[in-house]
Design a protein around this ligand. Structure first.
Ligand code: PLP
Length: 436
């Protein structure tokens, strides 16, 4: 238990001495908003409570997994039962098949599934699989799309036509980066040009189903269908990264953004976040003939000590079993209330902005009303300096937002009208802070 006298500042000081930046994932350090991170000690329903006893309405949702809200009784019950049976067996067991069945039953095209532990591992494995299945080396990704932190996928710099990726992180070699081509999002012409020049070498195009890591950026009408068509035309695979959107975006069902597509399916999907119900699980899924290239049926290696861990499977199964269409309708409704109150508060304070929204996922971009945000260049050009004061005014009022303007806001089934009202009530003062 945390000492009740310990402050967030004391905890941050100790953490910074022990861990780079005091964190285990960079955005948690509050670098772009400033100030001292709140050190959370418990979570329940729509709330987080920090070490000082302050309770917040949570709009981060553990970065996506908490679809049902924190500590959902059925999920906790399933996890307890799994723990009682043993933390892990290092063997096959029934609940990994159950989770795979649940994914397949809701995702057309997810014919086979391989469980992994993180979204990073899922996309890394999908890329290796695409290279192994096609015998080609190049991967095309879009600027501003985040697919985890494996070397080749960190190449995000550059924009425009067929930009050869430069290392997006120190420690990524030029050789690795040169096998990733970065194209501006929503730019069909740029992609046509890449394929015209190097189409025979492209193993895969990887895209977020709906980008939500440069803020939310809706795909232009027909863009995902175009990706399907051009990859098929050139014998490359299409990898639909649904780590963020899978089992969250629901406009035409309740299985993820791919449920919105009509008449076509990607070759491979990646899932994470919601399918682990708050514990570390992610997955690669897709066409049977491609998936069977994975070891042991095929020559593409992937393995994991904790892949398909029974406690994580139990959390994922319980979450998907309780992720009914009513849950999604509730989240969509509450997201609509928050997003429109946000727009009204910013309008009233005279703050130029756009709200980028797809289903229940949305984010805020300052100073972009004239153009909206359709790609990474536009996302980066926004008035980011307004977000720090906005964020801290919300925090002060007991609302925990993502500590970066480039992150989406997550609601859950547990965000009842009371929690939403607390968010709505906090917005006018935060909008004034952003205006200053
Ligand atoms: N892909 C997408 C679309 C993501 O949003 C993320 C994480 O936010 C990842 C992959 C990486 O997942 P993880 O953080 O579990 O490695």
């Amino acid at each position: 238990m945390t000492d009740p006298q310990t402050t967030n500042q004391q905890l941050f000081d100790s953490a910074r001495d022990l861990m780079p930046g005091g964190v285990n994932s960079p955005v948690r350090a509050f670098g772009s908003v400033g100030g001292t991170p709140a050190f959370m000690v418990s979570a329940e329903g729509p709330h987080l409570t920090d070490a000082e006893g302050t309770q917040y309405v949570d709009l981060v949702g553990s970065w996506g997994p908490a679809l049902l809200g924190h500590k959902h009784p059925r999920v906790i019950e399933a996890v307890h039962a799994a723990v009682d049976a043993g933390l892990g067996f290092g063997t096959s067991h029934p609940s990994e098949t159950r989770l795979a069945e649940l994914v397949r039953s809701r995702v057309p095209g997810a014919e086979m599934i391989r469980m992994v532990s993180t979204g990073t591992e899922a996309t890394m494995t999908a890329i290796r699989l695409a290279r192994g299945a096609t015998g080609r080396n190049l991967v095309v990704k879009f600027a501003g799309c985040y697919h985890g932190h494996s070397d080749g996928l960190l190449a995000a710099a550059g924009s425009g036509v067929a930009t050869l990726g430069l290392p997006g992180s120190a420690g990524v070699t030029e050789a690795q980066a040169s096998e990733t081509i970065v194209v501006e999002y929503n730019d069909q012409e740029a992609l046509e040009q890449v394929f015209a020049e190097r189409g025979n070498d492209v193993a895969a195009v990887i895209t977020e189903a709906t980008p939500a890591n440069m803020g939310v950026v809706p795909p232009a009408e027909g863009f995902n269908a175009f990706l399907r068509e051009i990859t098929e035309r050139h014998g490359a695979l299409m990898i639909f990264d649904e780590v963020m959107t899978g089992f969250r975006i629901t406009e035409a069902g309740y299985w993820g953004a791919s449920g919105r597509t009509e008449g076509w399916t990607p070759d491979l999907f990646t899932f994470g976040k919601v399918i682990g119900g708050g514990l570390p699980t992610a997955a690669v899924a897709g066409r049977r003939d491609v998936m069977e290239h994975l070891a042991p049926t095929g020559p593409v290696y992937h393995a994991g000590t904790l892949s398909g861990n029974p406690v994580a499977m139990a959390a994922g199964v319980a979450t998907l079993e309780h992720a009914t269409s009513e849950v999604y309708q509730h989240i969509d409704r509450q997201a609509e209330v928050v997003a429109s109150a946000l727009g009204q508060a910013l309008d009233a304070a005279g703050v130029d902005h756009s709200i980028q929204k797809v289903g229940s996922l949305f984010s805020l971009a300052f100073g972009t009303s004239a153009t909206g945000v359709k790609d990474y260049a536009a996302a980066q050009a926004q008035e980011t300096f307004r977000y720090g004061p906005f964020f801290h005014a919300m925090l002060q009022a007991g609302v925990y937002l993502p500590p970066s303007v480039f992150e989406a806001w997550f609601l859950s089934a547990a965000h009842d009208d009371g929690a939403v009202q607390r968010i709505v009530d906090a917005l006018p003062a935060a909008a004034e802070a952003a205006a200053a």
